[in-house]
Design a protein around this ligand. Structure first.
Ligand SMILES: Nc1ccn([C@@H]2O[C@H](COP(=O)(O)OP(=O)(O)OP(=O)(O)O)[C@@H](O)[C@H]2O)c(=O)n1
Ligand SMILES: C[C@](O)(CO)[C@H](O)COP(=O)(O)O
Length: 227
C-alpha cells in the first residue's frame, strides 16, 4: 500500500517562549523539523512526505532549506488554527483514499525508523496504530477540592506520535466538526466508534514543548553521536 506521512508543524510554540516557533529552533545546528523529516526519509525514501506549516512561514522554510542544503523531498501544506485543522488540511492534500498515512508531530525528532515502519504494518492490518509508552512514575488523580487519589498506572499509557491509519478510515473520521477532546488523531478516529490499536513507541520520542525539552533533546543527540 502507498505510504504517506503528514508532519504537522503549524503551531506557534507558545509554551517554548522562544522568538522563533520551536519547530525551527536549532538542534545541533539543524532545525528540529529537518531532524524529523530526515528520520522518515532515511527509514523509507518512498514515503510521500507532507509538511504542514503556517502559510506565513513558507518562504522562511524555503530559505532554511537553502541555507542547510536540505534536499529531502516534501510538499508544503498550510496549517490551520488547531492541530486538528492542520491534520485535516494535510489529509485533504492527499487525493487518494487508498493507502496508509502516518501523522506525526514535527517536534518529535527522536522517533525511531522501526517504530514508523511497525506503525504502517499495524495500520495495514487493523486500520490504526497509535504509539504509546508505559508510565515510569506513580500517578495520582487530583480533584477540584484539592484531594488526590492513587491510580493504578498499569492501566495507563502515554500517547505519542506517529499515529498511523488506513487513509479511507482516517479521512472519514476527520470529516466531522472539531471537538474539545480531539487532542490527537486517535480521539478523532475513535469518535467514529472504532477501537484504536496500540503499539509500543520509543521512550525518547519526546515532544519538544518547553525549554527543558530542548536541553534534553541536545543531550540525547550528544549521547547518540558518542555511540
Ligand atoms: N495549529 C496547529 C497547532 C499545532 N500543530 C502542531 O502539532 C504538534 C503538537 O503541538 P504542540 O506541541 O502543542 O505545538 P504548539 O501548538 O506549537 O505549542 P504550544 O501549544 O506551546 O503553542 C506540533 O508539531 C505543532 O506544530 C499544528 O500543526 N497546527
Ligand atoms: C498528539 C500528541 O502529541 C500526542 O501526545 C499530543 O496530544 C499533542 O498535544 P498538545 O496539546 O498539542 O501538546
Amino acid at each position: 500500500m502507498k505510504k504517506h506521512a503528514i508532519i504537522v508543524a503549524g503551531g506557534a510554540g507558545t509554551r517554548m517562549g522562544a522568538t522563533l516557533p520551536k519547530q525551527y529552533l536549532s538542534l545541533n545546528g539543524l532545525p528540529v523539523l529537518m531532524h524529523t523529516l530526515n528520520v522518515f526519509y532515511r527509514g523509507n525514501p518512498a514515503i510521500n512526505l507532507i509538511l504542514v506549516l503556517p502559510e506565513k512561514d513558507f518562504d522562511f522554510w524555503k530559505e532554511l532549506c537553502g541555507k542547510h542544503l536540505f534536499s529531502v523531498p516534501h510538499s508544503l501544506v498550510k496549517g490551520g488554527h488547531s492541530r486538528f485543522q492542520s491534520v485535516k488540511n494535510g489529509l485533504e492534500a492527499i487525493p487518494s483514499s487508498d493507502g496508509l498515512v502516518a501523522i506525526h508531530d514535527g517536534v518529535r525528532p527522536f522517533v525511531k525508523e522501526e517504530v514508523i515502519e511497525k506503525s504502517y504494518q499495524e495500520a495495514e492490518k487493523t486500520g490504526s496504530a497509535i504509539t504509546v509508552v508505559p508510565l515510569k512514575d506513580s500517578i495520582r488523580k487530583v480533584t477540584d477540592d484539592g484531594k488526590s487519589f492513587y491510580q493504578e498506572r498499569e492501566y495507563f499509557r502515554l500517547v505519542q506520535t506517529p499515529q498511523t491509519f488506513r487513509l479511507d478510515k482516517i479521512k472519514q473520521a476527520f470529516d466531522t466538526e472539531e471537538r474539545y477532546y480531539f487532542t490527537d488523531d486517535a480521539t478523532v478516529y475513535e469518535h467514529q466508534g472504532w477501537q484504536v490499536s496500540l503499539i509500543p513507541g520509543n521512550p525518547e520520542n519526546i515532544k519538544i514543548t518547553t525549554p527543558e525539552d530542548l536541553a534534553y533533546a541536545e543531550f540525547l543527540l550528544s549521547t547518540r553521536e558518542k555511540t
